[in-house]
Design a protein around this ligand. Sequence first.
Ligand SMILES: Cc1ncc(COP(=O)(O)O)c(C=O)c1O
Length: 455
Amino acid sequence: MVDKISLDVPMLRIPHPGPKTMAHLERVRRAEGQSGLTFALSPETLVMERAQGWAVEDIDGNVFLDFVAGFGSLNAGHCHPRVVKAIRDQAVKLHQAMSVAAEARTQLLEKILSLVPGPSEKKVHFATSGSEAAEIAIKLARRATGRHEIIAFGGGFHGRTMGALSLMGRKNQREGLPVLVPGAHHIPYPYPYRSPFGREAETCIEGTIRYMEELLGNPASGWGEVAAVILEPVQGNGGMIPAPLGFLRALRELCDRHGLLLILDEVMSGFCRTGEVFAFEHEQGVEPDLLVLGKSLSGGIPLAACVAKRKIADAAAPGTESGTYSGNVIACAAGLASIAVYEDEGLKERANEMGSYFLERLNGLAGEYEMIGEVRGRGLMLGVELVADRTTREPLPVAKMACETALKKGLLLYPGGHYGNVIAFLPPLIVGKEQIDRATAILEEVLLEVEKNPN
Ligand SMILES: Cc1ncc(COP(=O)(O)O)c(C=O)c1O
């Protein structure tokens, strides 16, 4: 799986960004809308040429160590040979089946159902992106309950389409769009480091649930026809924040008491990323009513899914949640091959093992650098939260700058956090100690530079 470009990574032949990169970005700048590129066309971005495993080579021949992995869509790494073969084999046989049944598609439906634990019978709707799958979940929840309000959590990320965006609190994403889909209520995520309800897991869980209980039970609260609660079991874009263990079970019980549906968004945390196939499996006895999946479901080929309990799934009339590319057969073939790789290469176990090792290394840095307020995460979904002051926990919003500095040193990282102060780590689950050690060493150089020049 690891060819020669993966062996000595990172390897910068010339300072990044090189001349070909600069010239290419000029072309992109002229042709592409600035909102279409994740790293917003900053001169520090890269132009990818090819990739393998954890290594990405740019058009100047610089090779980067990838700890972003397609924002978590490449849990088996770039261009895994089994995934590539499955894509090739499917492409020459049948590459577009619309939303009509075909073998790879049906096999993946069955495989997804076999992976999702819980006693209830379930069904799957395919979608093309995580945003679209979140839309399907919201629509099914509304149709199944006849109610329309949705409770979402600050810092949550469910996508950029209008419905999914309505559930996101993030100012920069909502700017210029004062009217979104009505009916969303935002409450604080169980984020013990910053929760207004308590800084210990237990008080944070208890306070958050009590707050919800009050708003649901009080006829004057402003909450009315609530259909569902949606959340990520580990907030990704929000800063790699795992909900404290015990929260999902308490939330499940609250949903049952009030007749609300529980929607879990595992677009980023799913498929072994956190050391379980799905992050909600870290707690016993939690079965979501709807589960939103994407990214590593199909190893980097656009595909997403919404799994719902049977009655909820059937609340929509035939064809109403279909689409030209829903469950595209190439994506399904890639999905089947990717899941086989996760299973055959023991990537769930590896995420646990390497996650513990990486967490230890990051905690080592926290012992030396005051600006690290917290190191956290589950499996290989990790984050480092930067603060100006450890006592007050005042955020230090330099994650973007830190990630740009890391890129110049050959390491791909991704900035996140409610305050733009979290450096996020989402390496492919195939990384070993050697790659983690390289990443930690580069991160230390980055922290030293940020410490010298925090503005
Ligand atoms: C938790 C979560 N939900 C939904 C989405 C949206 O997925 P997509 O970008 O495929 O639309 C993302 C994307 O990062 C995500 O992290």
